[in-house]
Design a binder for this molecule. Structure first.
Ligand code: GDD
Ligand code: MN
Length: 387
């Protein structure tokens, strides 16, 4: 029996294509595509990948943040016919960089590429990116808009082009990165290298390449291949004004070697707006003469707390924003925890004042410690995060 069945098994393995063979290893290349509302682009992208990657054993993973337009269903329908097409659907989450990180972590392919899902990147560059890495001596192969014949003509406006250039110059100067297009969202690297770097990544915002370059203890060797950034095929850009702020926060986090995580910085900024709001409301109520000081101060404090909660929910924690009843529950837990922070502030300031006799120092340190406690507690219990 064995004598007969083993040649059969062997023949079967030879004739079946690798992708359908259960004992075949992972594909050589995995293409990660972050998507949010790209339902009209995914099928075209898969077709194009199939056309350009003919000789390569590949798979594609769309990391979709539960797009309301049904992108994930479209991808799964494609995957039902073609096992090279996979979908990673994230619920209650947003974020381009973090989507790319989780996509890479979910593949066993030796090489991983990241490419936008809106067809603005020129997928025909993928084989050359792979060849460049295989030749050796290069850690990251980047499709670049700013070398040789490359261009960023597909950016939606002159203003976007200018902002993009300023952003790139800032990153080059601050991070001392020798790369013409660190803001590129189209690149390839070995999965092994990604695994080494992933514990240091910030995952904030949209610029995962900058995150990778700045997270490496030694400078990464980069090769840039020119391409023309195309105009959008369908749908619209997801980037907004806050994307610029997130970009600054990413640079700050990288420069400070994570001593100031971007969430702590944002939490501090929101806290500062709360102090101003508190004082403005207090002043207005006092001027109106409707209530006495204690009531005015109570109303001002509650206003600041509510405003701080909603600002933090939509900015500091916008990648895991609480909605509906979750937001109400979040507001209540935020208020309770911040009250704990306020009591700590008072206790610390009182003790420091008794010890030093310096009211300004005591008040300041009390406030800083109270704010840090608020940050730590609300991040863990209100938004269920560790940082
Ligand atoms: N999963 C997920 N979650 N995907 C997202 C999110 C998100 O929150 N936001 C955007 N995307 C996806 C989009 O669906 C698209 O496939 C890709 O990320 C790029 O987003 P766009 O909204 O099209 O950005 P852009 O056209 O302004 O591109 C600029 O940023 C890109 C990303 O850094 C350019 O600088 C590109 O070169 C760069 O690749
Ligand atoms: Mn785009």
């Amino acid at each position: 029996m064995t004598a007969i069945s083993s040649p059969l098994v062997a023949r079967d393995e030879v004739t079946r294509p690798a992708a359908q063979n259960p004992s075949a290893g992972a594909p050589e290349l995995c293409v990660i595509v972050p998507t949010f509302n790209e339902c009209d682009n995914v099928a075209v992208l898969v077709e194009r990948l199939d056309a350009v990657l003919g000789a390569v054993d590949w798979e594609v993973i769309f990391v979709d943040d539960d797009s309301p337009d049904g992108t994930a269903e479209r991808v799964r329908a494609l995957g039902a016919r073609d096992r090279r097409v996979r979908c990673l659907r994230r619920i209650g989450r947003r974020g381009l960089s973090s989507a790319c990180i989780e996509g890479v972590l979910s593949t066993s392919a030796r090489f991983v590429a990241v490419i936008d899902g809106d067809l603005q990147h020129d997928e025909s560059l993928l084989p050359s990116l792979l060849e460049t890495l295989k030749r050796g001596g290069v850690d990251v192969a980047v499709a670049s808009r700013h070398v040789g014949s490359g261009s960023s003509e597909g950016l939606s406006s002159e203003r976007r082009k200018r902002l993009s250039l300023y952003g790139i110059r800032l990153a080059q100067r601050l991070l001392k990165a020798e790369i013409a297009d660190p803001a590129s969202g189209f690149f390839m690297l070995r999965r092994e290298l990604f695994d080494d770097l992933v514990p240091r990544l910030s995952g904030v915002g949209t610029k995962i390449l900058i995150d990778l370059l700045a997270s490496s203890p030694q400078p990464l060797r980069v090769a840039e291949l020119p391409y023309r950034f195309r105009p959008r095929h369908a749908g619209e850009s997801k980037l907004d004004t806050f994307t610029g702020i997130e970009y600054m926060l990413l640079l700050a986090e990288k420069l400070s070697h994570r001593y100031f995580p971007h969430r702590l910085l944002l939490f501090g900024l929101v806290g500062a707006t709360g102090v101003v709001l508190n004082l403005v409301v207090l002043r207005l109520l006092m001027l109106s003469g409707w209530v006495g000081f204690t009531a005015a101060e109570a109303i001002a404090t509650v206003s600041a707390m509510v405003s701080n909660f909603f600002l933090n929910n939509s900015l500091t924690y916008r990648d895991c924003r609480l909605t509906g009843w979750q937001a109400i529950r979040g507001l209540l837990s935020f208020a309770a925890l911040c009250s704990l922070g306020a009591l700590t502030t008072i206790a610390v300031a009182r003790d420091l004042y008794q010890f030093s006799g310096m009211w300004l120092l005591a008040g300041f340190l009390g406030a800083v410690i109270g704010a840090l406690l608020n940050y730590a507690l609300t991040s863990i219990f209100t938004w269920k995060r560790q940082t």
